[in-house]
Design a protein around this ligand. Structure first.
Ligand code: XMP
Length: 600
């Protein structure tokens, strides 16, 4: 049966997901499939869009596709590579381009047609291609050209086939969405019925069908994605068919595990099992001081604990599927998701889970969605606003925000003199901290000292300039901080400290204050992520130090420090200083790069 949806065939690069997203922005459901998807799946769509991709149609290893696409009687829009493939498959010719045409171009519409309805005669579009269509396919005619590209847009009106050499899905094509709308609604006749509500109904049907008589096992981290996936699976299948396992590492945020359990219970989900593994984790990291060894131990512990718990459950692959909260960006390998992928590999490597994955026994109901769509879905499913808007939180949790040290200091005088010279230009003083944090330069990891700026005016613009200049010019510094309290630094003592419950407790309190305050001031969305970090440093003879690290970012690949309003900062630091054992508060004013978001 034909469904009210558009199928996007993915020919590589990352165009397909953007196209699919744009279609959903038009409130029409879209689904991404491999180009060689079976005919019975393709037949269900009202229209098919062939994405761009990095290949050439002449390449031996060009993506295989289902040639029946072109004989289903369904409207097709081919974009870039898709445009070339359609030309080649309908008797046209593709010319191999020696030069890449890359950037903005202006098309001139040469024939009135549905695809450009409501648009100007000339439109700016984004081009990015090597090859181009030289000879048109049978029944095709040109509908728009640029000075460099005669066959920029073509149509076979009797078959409802269209091809664009440019990319309407990117924002650089200002009226691209309108062009897609003309195809989706004008040509294919799709109705605007895609809402999160409908998505839930549709997905529930699909989940039921896929799961059948089996059950679903899901590792629930407490993060947004796995919680929403769980809520959706629960809606589709009910509590009895799902087993959710949450490992409390002891490095969680305040009340995190309890909150997730409680909220899911409110939705009627009772099959949530928490393994309290704090003892194992703390024992594992005892005495470890280096960031990388801490991470490694924690990763291995995860696997160990999960294997242990799973062995107890004796999941039979005949009866179980694995539920995962994988979202679309997780499936694209970018620097921004590499970390997350790493921790997921940990999870996925658990023996019995690998077995399920290898046999294709996985159900991933969010795998076509973006974070913002997942959040919308979460709200629609009845999860509270605060829960779906929580910030991303790394797998190793507070452990990588709690710095450790053997207490031995090296002389930092030389670096301090260099930094002091630069800071002076901005009327500021400096103190180099006898501890190191992780940064990133080019693609390489750095491990260097932070520099604290003291005194002077605390204008964010000036601080940003000073921070950038210092990290640019002094190799030994990869992070710059603003001193929030006390007002001056008389002395800094490095303490011998490892990862123990007491210190995590201190950090957890400070973190809870920071989170509570930004929620109060309605800054959860504006701030992408807000790590709070504990340093084993005693400033002016008092307690340990807390660093506040709020950042603005799109996807964590790069980030800017968040210039917090003075009043909010004051409230946070006041409450943090009231924690017994905390004696100073610093604010991280480094972008990524050169620093990373987390300190370790
Ligand atoms: P960095 O510190 O590299 O962090 O700028 C980028 C993003 O990745 C998160 N992150 C992790 N997430 N397991 C995770 O699931 C990890 O081990 C991990 N380390 C960093 C970090 O919180 C930020 O969002």
């Amino acid at each position: 049966m034909e469904e009210n949806k558009i199928i996007v065939l993915d020919f590589g690069a990352q165009y397909a997901h953007l196209i699919a997203r744009r279609v959903r922005q038009l409130h029409v459901f879209s689904e991404i499939l491999e180009p060689d998807a079976p005919t019975e799946k393709l037949r269900k769509a009202k229209g098919i869009i062939l994405s761009g991709g990095p290949s050439s149609v002449y390449e031996k290893d060009a993506p295989p596709f289902n040639p029946e696409i072109f004989s289903l009687g369904i409207p097709i829009l081919g974009l870039c590579y898709g445009h070339q493939l359609m030309a080649q498959q309908t008797g046209g010719k593709v010319e191999q381009g020696n030069v890449r045409e890359y950037g903005l171009a202006e098309i001139e519409v040469s024939k009135e047609n549905k695809m450009f309805e409501g648009l100007e005669e000339k439109e700016t579009v984004w081009m990015s291609h090597g090859d181009k269509v030289g000879g048109l396919g049978k029944g095709f005619e040109v509908i728009a050209s640029t000075p460099d590209c005669k066959n920029a847009a073509v149509a076979n009106f009797s078959r409802n086939f269209f091809g664009f050499q440019f990319h309407p899905e990117v924002t650089h094509t200002p009226n691209g969405l309108k062009m897609l709308e003309n195809f989706v609604k004008g040509v294919c006749g799709c109705k605007q019925d895609w809402t999160t509500k409908n998505y839930i109904a549709q997905k529930c049907g699909e989940i039921k069908k896929q799961v059948g008589k089996k059950n679903v096992f899901l590792l629930a981290s407490g993060g947004v994605d796995s919680t929403v996936a769980l809520a959706l699976l629960h809606k589709a299948l009910g509590s009895e068919k799902i087993y959710a396992l949450h490992v409390d590492t002891g490095f969680m945020r305040k009340d995190e595990s309890e909150n997730v359990e409680r909220e899911l219970e409110k939705l009627g989900f009772g099959n949530f099992h928490v393994v309290n593994a704090g003892e194992d984790f703390f024992e594992g990291v005892k005495g470890e001081l280096e960031p990388e060894s801490k991470r490694k131990i924690i990763g291995e512990k995860f696997i160990e604990i999960q294997n242990r718990e799973l062995r107890k459950l004796e999941l039979d692959p005949e009866e179980w599927l694995l539920g995962q909260g994988t979202i679309y960006p997780d499936t694209i390998e970018t620097a921004g998701t590499k970390h997350a992928a790493k921790i997921k590999t940990h999870h996925n490597r658990v023996d019995s889970i690998v077995e399920l994955i290898e046999q294709g026994l996985v159900v991933e109901p969010l795998d076509q969605l973006y974070k913002d769509e997942v959040r919308e879905l979460g709200e629609e499913l009845g999860l509270p606003h605060e829960m779906v808007w929580r910030h991303p939180f790394p797998g190793p949790g507070l452990a990588i925000r709690c710095l450790c040290s053997d207490g031995k200091e090296n002389s930092l005088e030389e670096i301090e003199a260099k930094a002091g010279k630069i800071a002076k230009e901005f009327d500021l003083g400096v103190k180099i901290l006898p501890i190191k944090s992780v940064g990133v330069q080019g693609d390489a990891r750095t491990y260097a000292h932070p520099c604290v700026l003291v005194g002077g005016e605390s204008d964010w613009g000036v601080l940003e300039k000073a921070s950038t200049k210092i990290t640019n010019e002094i190799r030994e510094i990869n992070r710059v901080l603003k001193l929030v309290a006390p007002p001056q630094i008389e002395s800094v003592e490095l303490l011998a400290a490892d990862l123990n419950r007491g210190r995590i407790e201190l950090l957890r309190e400070a973190d809870a204050i920071a989170m509570e305050k930004i929620a109060e001031h309605d800054l959860m969305k504006e701030i992408w992520q807000f790590p709070t970090v504990l340093l084993p440093l005693r400033v002016n003879g008092d307690g340990e130090s807390i660093v506040l690290r709020p950042v603005e970012s799109m996807e964590a690949m790069t980030a800017r420090f968040y210039p917090m309003k003075e009043a909010v900062l004051k409230e946070i630091s006041g409450d943090v200083l009231a924690i017994e054992g905390i004696g100073s508060v610093l604010f991280d004013i480094t972008h990524k790069p050169p620093a990373t978001i987390e300190w370790e």
